[in-house]
Write a protein that binds this ligand. Structure first.
Ligand code: PLP
Length: 443
């Protein structure tokens, strides 16, 4: 299959992009490889996992080549250096989200961070230490999520409810892909112990209004956990401004390595929680009869941590800060506006999610009439275009909008208008390939 290049539709809105795409692409070694018999790699799957700039790869390699040791253990020079690099990365990541250093806990990823909180809340009920029981969840309590959550911020709460006898409630969605807050006042009520909500939907692109949710949670004394997996990589996020109790995100979605994520928690809340995983590195005193635990963040970092990955994430944060998160956000906004305009100009294409760029990030999900999303993905892949197809680990969302799956394109700092053009042209190729011409699609 060959790709024909077409000019953007008349009147296309292509303001200059805030980031220098060519210069940035040169920083990502993987973007210089070709795929599918020599085709340029058009990577539109950063929402699943981002590619890594050379500085991140170098930081990890340098750690293993020159400093590798277990941090916080051992009296030798390498252990000292590893500890220094690990803690320096924590300080950079804390600065990136406006947090205090001791409020940043390293986890494996967002999923791990959500589970750490969910298990801490259920373990709290039976904690021996009375100060750990403050946020215990039990029978009669309620946990509130939204219908927009990634499974990572849904299933752990379902499981918490099964373990404790608490009830799961949720806020629904409007037809245009936004949170329906009309029943916020009743869904979040005096029985609510925690509200877990995503800041940006991985499938719809919607950026949620957190202010009223946080305000309502505060009124009833509930904790708030914000899933920042799709927001922290793409927009400036400041935990003081958020006003929540927890923020969770993954390193691999923000130019960093896999295997490292972050659980930020307000210090007084973290300090009142029992650990989830226990073992080495998180204890104060261990006797055969029982043990006491370190204060946060160490209380939640059992075992030898993913040190090289943490150091790599520090380098990723440096890279993003070098670009400026305001510019990263503006860059993606321009691309999203262009992609929405161009895709919606293709007869037969329906965008699932907000149709405009108001409070919307760079995840564009769509269906193509008459072609299953997996087939769209297959044709795009043949053209060298990497997108994600399926339910995107947010099954209730595709069910809500009555589609089996979607095709999703996600943008990042190396994405340019040429990538969006390739996507749109690829969709037209899929329509030709399956004999669903635009005229037929709209008939
Ligand atoms: N939350 C959101 C909104 C996501 O998009 C994802 C991953 O796609 C996750 C949570 C889970 O992230 P991870 O698989 O890195 O734990």
């Amino acid at each position: 299959m060959t790709q024909t290049v077409s000019r953007p539709a008349g009147g296309a809105h292509r303001p200059p992009l805030p980031l220098d795409v060519e210069a940035i692409r040169a920083d990502f070694p993987i973007l210089s490889r070709t795929v599918r018999d020599g085709k340029r790699l058009v990577y539109l799957d950063s929402g699943a996992t981002s590619q890594k700039p050379r500085s991140v790869l170098d930081a990890e390699r340098d750690f293993y080549e020159n400093h590798n040791a277990a941090p916080h253990r051992g009296a030798h020079q390498l252990a000292e250096e590893a500890t220094g690099l690990y803690e320096a990365a924590r300080a950079r990541i804390a600065d990136f989200i406006g947090a205090a250093v001791e409020e940043v806990v390293f986890t494996r990823n967002t999923t791990d961070a959500v589970n750490t909180v969910a298990y801490a809340l259920s373990n709290a009920a039976t904690a021996k230490e009375p100060s750990f029981r403050r946020y215990a969840v039990g029978q009669g309590d309620e946990i509130v999520v939204t219908e927009m959550e990634h499974h990572a911020n849904l299933v752990p709460w379902q499981q918490l409810c099964e373990r404790t006898g608490a009830t799961l409630r949720w806020l629904g969605l409007t037809d245009d892909g936004r949170l329906d807050l009309s029943d916020l006042g009743t869904v979040v009520n005096e029985r609510t112990k925690l509200v877990a909500v995503t800041q940006q939907s991985n499938i719809l692109g919607t950026i949620n209004p957190l202010e009223p949710i946080v305000a309502r949670a505060r009124e009833v004394g509930a904790l708030v956990l914000v899933d920042g997996a799709q927001s922290v990589p793409h927009q400036p996020v400041d935990v003081a401004a958020l006003g929540a109790d927890f923020l969770v995100f993954s390193g691999h979605k923000m130019l960093g390595p896999t295997g490292v994520g972050v659980l930020w928690g307000r210090y007084d809340v973290l300090d009142a929680l029992p650990p989830f995983l226990t073992g080495g590195s998180m204890i104060e005193v261990v006797r055969m009869e029982g043990s006491t635990f370190m204060p946060p963040p160490q209380r939640f970092e059992a075992g030898v941590p993913m040190t090289a990955q943490v150091v790599g994430l520090g380098a990723a944060v440096d890279y993003l800060q070098g670009l400026g998160m305001d510019r990263v956000q503006a860059h993606e906004e321009a691309l999203t506006a262009y992609a929405l305009e161009q895709l919606q100009a293709v007869p037969g294409v329906t965008v699932i999610g907000p149709p405009d760029t108001v409070a919307r990030g760079g995840a564009v999900s769509f269906t193509v009439e008459g072609i299953h999303p997996h087939d769209v993905g297959q044709v795009l892949d043949d053209l060298g275009i990497a997108v994600r197809v399926g339910h995107h680990c947010a099954w209730p969302v595709v069910r809500r909008y009555g589609v089996p799956a979607t095709t999703r394109a996600t943008f990042y700092v190396h994405t340019g208008y040429d990538d969006v053009d390739a996507l749109v042209e690829g969709v037209r190729s899929a329509q030709r390939f399956f004999g669903v011409t635009p005229e037929e699609a709209t008939a």
